[in-house]
Ligand binder design. Structure first.
Ligand code: GLA
Length: 739
C-alpha cells in the first residue's frame, strides 16, 4: 500500500505514499497495465525529478496537497490560519493509508475502488482526510476533509482560505478547453494555450452561472471530440467555485478545483470538520467523446432517473403569465392529442403573481385565478392522460410579497427599515434571495413545498433559481439548498425535480445528484441549442437535458427556424414542447405527433446509448449521434449551422459503430424534408445529398427506399456523401445492424 495503484477502464492513478510526507501523485492518466510491487517501486523511484538550479535542495514533487512547506510555490492545496497565530506554513504529515472503505449512499457502487489518506499537522492543529475513488468506468473522485484538532476549549477557529484538489497533467497537455457563456448562450467553448502561470475561472454567483467554466480540460494540441489525450476536472458543487490550470516554470502542469471561499466564510471550530465538494476527474485517450464514454455510464449508475423521460409540455413560452383554466385546459388537450405525457404549469400560478415583479415566496395557489385551487386544472390534465408538474423558485423572495413583509429578516442581505437612509441591496429580476441558512425561513419554505405536494398530485417540480446571490454565504446557502431538496425528496420519494437557473446557470454534478432533469437553456432557438446541448452533453447524459420545441420564431433571439430543424434538435435530449400548440396548424400538429411517436420509440436508445460526435473539418457542420451500447442501432444528425464551406460538403463519417458489422442507413424525416441547396430532389435523395442507387457502387445499396448498407468500418472511415443542407437544417439518419 505504500505505492497505491488504482486502475479501472483504461485509466490509472499511482501514488507514492512512502515515508511521512504528503503522498506524491506519480501518475494520473492512461492505464499502465499490470504492475508488480517491485515495478511500482521502480516507477515511483524513477519519477523523482532532478533538482533544478536555484531551487530547494531536494527534488520538488507534486503531492496531493502541495504547500509552501514542501517547496511548492504554485497555488497551494490548502491555506488557512488561526487568528493571532498567522504566518506559519501548513506542513502536513502522512499518518495513515486505508483502502477498501465502501463509499456511502448513492455512490456505494459495485466495483468502486477507494483509498483514504490521513494527514496531520500537529503544530497547526489540523488534520486532513483525503478520499479517492475510482469507479468501474474509470471516473476518479477526490475530496479533502479538514478537521480542527484543537482540544482547547474556546480556541479560535481555523479560518480556512482554500482547500482544493490538485492533479498533475503531463507537459504535452498544453491546450486548454473550458467554457463561458451568457443567458440563453450557455457553454460557449473557449480554447487557450497553457503558458507559465495560472488560467483560473472563478464563480461568485452563488450558483455556477451562465459563464460557468463547467469542465477544465487539458489536452494534447488539437484534441477534438474523437481524438487526442485529454484530462478533465469538474467540481460537483452548485455554489461559488474556482477551477484552474497552472503551469510552473519548474516543470509542472496541474488542474485544480475547489469551492471558492470568501474571507472568513469558513471558520472550522475546534473539533469540527469541513469537507470539500468532490472533484470529478476523467482521463481519455479518445478526445471529448472518451470523457463522455466514462462520465455518462458512471452518472447513469447513480442517477435518480428511473422511468423513460416523458414528453413535457411547459406553459412558459406558450402563455407566460396569462393563466386561466380554459386556456390551460385547451393547451393540455392539444398536447395530449400529440402524445405529450406531462403538463408543467410554469411561473404565474401563485398569489398575485401576474408578472415577474412580485409574490415570490407566497407559495399559495392564487385564489383569484384558481378559486377552487389547482384541482380543476390537474383533474383536466389527468383526464387527458398527462401527469402534472409545477414551477417553483423556493430559494427566492420578492420584496413585494407577504412573506418578505412579515419576515424581512429572512431576506439574504437584509431589508432596511422604510425610514432608513441606507441603500437597499440590489434586486435582480426584481427579486431577492431567501436566506435558507435561517432555520425558520428553511422550515417555512419546506412546509409550503410539502403542503403543495401533499394537497395536489404533483409528479414533478420545476425548481428555478433566477438570480445571483450577491450577499450572504454562498457556502451556507448551497448546503441549505441541498438539504432542502433532500428533505423534500425524503418526504415525497416519488417526486421528480427539474433544476433550472434562468436556463443553464446551475448545471453541475452536485445538483445532478438530486434532480432528474436540467433545463439546459432558456433558449428554444435550435441553432443556439445545437451548440449548447453539444457541449453541455460532454458531461451530462442526454436524458437529463431538457430540450423543447418552441415556436417558429424563437422568443429569445427572434430567429425563425423550420419545424424539421426544431424537431431534430429537441429530439436528442429529454424532449418537450414550449409553444402554444393551440395556434399550431393541423399539418404542424400532425408532424409533432409523428415526432413524439418516434421520440417514444427512440428514447431507449437515445437515453442509454453512447453519445458520439464527429469532427467535421468544416466548422459550419456538425455530425452527432447516439449508438446503442450493443452497437445494434444508432441515430445520427448531420447539421448545417451556417452556409457550408464547400459546395459539396465533406462526407459524413459515422463514428462509434462496430467496424465489422453491416448497417443499413436510412434517412428519418421528421417535420418534412430538411431544405437542401439542390433543386427540390425527392426527400430521401435530398437527405443523402442526391445519393442514388447508381452512385452507391461503393456499397451494396439495399433494395427498397434507397437505404444504404455498409460496414461500420466503411461508414466510419469512408462515410457517405453528405446532403447539401441549406444553413440551419438538420438531416436525421437511422442506422440499424442487418447482420
Ligand atoms: C426562468 C426560467 C424559465 C421560466 C421563467 C419563469 O427564466 O428559466 O424557463 O420558468 O423563469 O419566470
Amino acid at each position: 500500500m505504500s505505492i497505491p495503484y488504482l486502475r479501472a477502464a483504461g485509466t490509472s492513478l499511482v501514488l507514492d505514499a512512502r515515508g511521512t510526507g504528503v503522498p506524491v501523485i506519480v501518475h494520473w492518466g492512461a492505464d499502465l497495465g499490470d504492475l508488480t510491487d517491485a515495478m511500482l517501486t521502480t516507477l515511483a523511484d524513477a519519477s523523482v525529478p532532478s533538482i533544478a538550479p536555484s531551487s530547494i535542495d531536494v527534488p520538488l514533487r507534486l503531492t496531493l496537497l502541495p504547500t509552501l512547506a514542501q517547496g511548492w510555490s504554485g497555488r497551494p492545496g490548502i491555506s488557512g490560519f488561526r487568528p493571532g497565530r498567522g504566518g506559519s506554513a501548513i506542513d502536513l504529515r502522512l499518518v495513515g493509508v486505508r483502502s477498501g472503505e465502501r463509499p456511502t449512499g448513492r455512490f456505494a457502487l459495485p466495483g468502486t475502488q477507494t483509498l483514504t489518506l490521513l494527514l496531520a499537522d500537529a503544530a497547526a492543529q489540523i488534520s486532513v482526510r483525503t478520499d479517492l475513488e475510482i469507479s468501474v468506468q474509470g471516473v476518479l473522485r477526490l475530496r479533502h476533509t479538514v478537521t480542527n484538532t484543537s482540544t482547547t476549549a474556546g480556541d479560535a477557529a481555523f479560518e480556512l482560505g482554500s482547500l482544493d484538489v490538485i492533479l498533475p497533467v503531463p507537459g504535452r497537455a498544453g491546450e486548454l478547453l473550458d467554457f463561458t457563456g451568457l443567458w440563453t448562450h450557455e457553454r460557449r467553448p473557449q480554447r487557450s494555450t497553457l503558458g507559465h502561470g495560472v488560467w483560473s475561472r472563478e464563480s461568485r454567483h452563488g450558483r455556477p452561472g451562465h459563464d460557468d467554466s463547467y469542465l477544465m480540460v487539458a489536452g494534447t494540441p488539437g484534441f477534438g471530440f474523437r481524438s487526442g489525450e485529454v484530462w478533465c476536472t469538474h467540481l460537483a458543487w452548485s455554489g461559488d467555485k474556482r477551477a484552474w490550470a497552472e503551469n510552473s516554470p519548474l516543470g509542472f502542469s496541474v488542474l485544480g478545483s475547489g469551492e471558492l471561499l470568501a474571507p472568513g466564510e469558513l471558520g472550522v471550530a475546534a473539533g469540527a470538520s469541513y469537507s470539500t465538494p468532490w472533484t470529478v476527474a476523467v482521463y481519455s485517450d479518445a478526445g471529448l467523446d472518451g470523457l463522455s464514454a466514462r462520465l455518462h455510464p458512471w452518472i447513469r449508475s447513480w442517477s435518480t432517473i428511473r422511468t423513460p423521460r416523458p414528453v413535457v409540455l411547459n406553459t412558459w413560452e406558450a402563455v407566460y403569465f396569462e393563466h386561466d383554466l380554459p386556456t390551460l385546459a385547451r393547451l393540455a388537450d392539444a398536447g395530449a392529442q400529440t402524445g405529450v405525457e406531462r403538463f408543467v404549469l410554469d411561473d404565474g400560478w401563485f398569489t398575485g403573481r401576474r408578472d415577474d415583479r412580485r409574490a415570490l415566496g407566497d407559495w399559495f395557489v392564487d385564489p383569484v385565478t384558481w378559486p377552487s385551487g389547482l384541482h380543476p386544472l390537474i383533474e383536466h390534465v389527468h383526464a387527458a392522460g398527462l401527469d402534472f408538474g409545477l414551477w417553483v423558485e423556493p430559494e427566492m423572495v420578492s420584496l413585494d410579497s407577504e412573506v418578505a413583509r412579515a419576515h424581512p429578516e429572512w431576506v439574504l442581505g437584509g431589508v432596511p427599515e422604510p425610514s432608513a437612509t441606507e441603500t437597499p441591496a440590489l434586486t435582480w429580476r426584481f427579486q431577492r434571495v431567501l436566506d435558507l441558512s435561517h432555520p425558520e425561513a428553511f422550515a417555512w419554505v419546506f412546509a409550503r413545498l410539502t403542503a403543495l405536494l401533499t394537497e395536489y398530485p404533483i409528479a414533478y417540480l420545476k425548481w428555478d433559481h433566477n438570480r445571483d446571490l450577491l450577499a450572504g454565504s454562498a457556502h451556507r446557502q448551497t448546503a441549505a439548498l441541498y438539504s432542502l431538496i433532500d428533505a423534500v425528496r425524503a418526504t415525497h420519494p416519488g417526486i421528480e425535480i427539474e433544476s433550472c437557473a434562468s436556463g443553464g446557470a446551475r448545471i453541475d454534478l452536485g445538483i445532478l445528484e438530486r434532480v432528474d432533469r436540467v433545463w439546459t437553456s432558456d433558449t428554444n432557438d435550435p441553432l443556439e441549442r445545437q451548440q449548447i446541448q453539444r457541449y453541455t452533453g460532454v458531461l451530462v447524459p442526454p436524458e437529463y437535458l431538457g430540450g423543447h420545441l418552441g415556436a417558429a420564431t424563437a422568443h429569445t433571439t427572434g430567429r425563425t427556424s423550420e419545424l424539421s430543424f426544431r424537431l431534430a434538435t429537441a429530439l436528442f435530449g429529454a424532449a418537450g414542447i414550449e409553444w402554444n400548440l393551440v395556434s399550431a396548424s393541423a399539418e404542424e400538429l400532425g408532424q409533432i405527433t409523428e415526432w413524439i411517436t418516434h421520440y417514444k420509440r427512440l428514447r431507449p436508445l437515445l437515453h442509454s446509448g453512447v453519445v458520439v460526435r464527429a469532427d467535421p473539418s468544416d466548422p459550419a457542420l456538425v455530425l452527432h449521434g447516439v449508438v446503442s451500447r450493443d452497437q445494434d442501432s444508432a441515430l445520427f444528425a448531420q447539421v448545417a449551422l451556417a452556409a457550408p464551406r464547400d459546395a459539396v460538403p465533406e462526407r459524413m463519417r459515422f463514428p462509434g459503430l462496430a467496424p465489422e458489422r453491416r448497417y443499413r442507413v436510412t434517412p428519418l424525416l421528421l417535420g418534412g424534408s430538411p431544405r437542401t441547396i439542390q433543386d427540390t430532389p425527392p426527400a430521401w435523395h435530398a437527405a443523402l445529398g442526391g445519393l442514388t442507387a447508381a452512385s452507391t457502387t461503393v456499397a451494396d445499396a439495399a433494395s427498397g427506399g434507397g437505404a444504404v448498407t455498409l460496414t461500420g468500418a466503411v461508414l466510419a472511415l469512408v462515410g457517405l456523401p453528405a446532403p447539401l443542407l441549406a444553413p440551419e437544417q438538420a438531416a436525421l439518419f437511422a442506422v440499424d445492424a442487418v447482420d
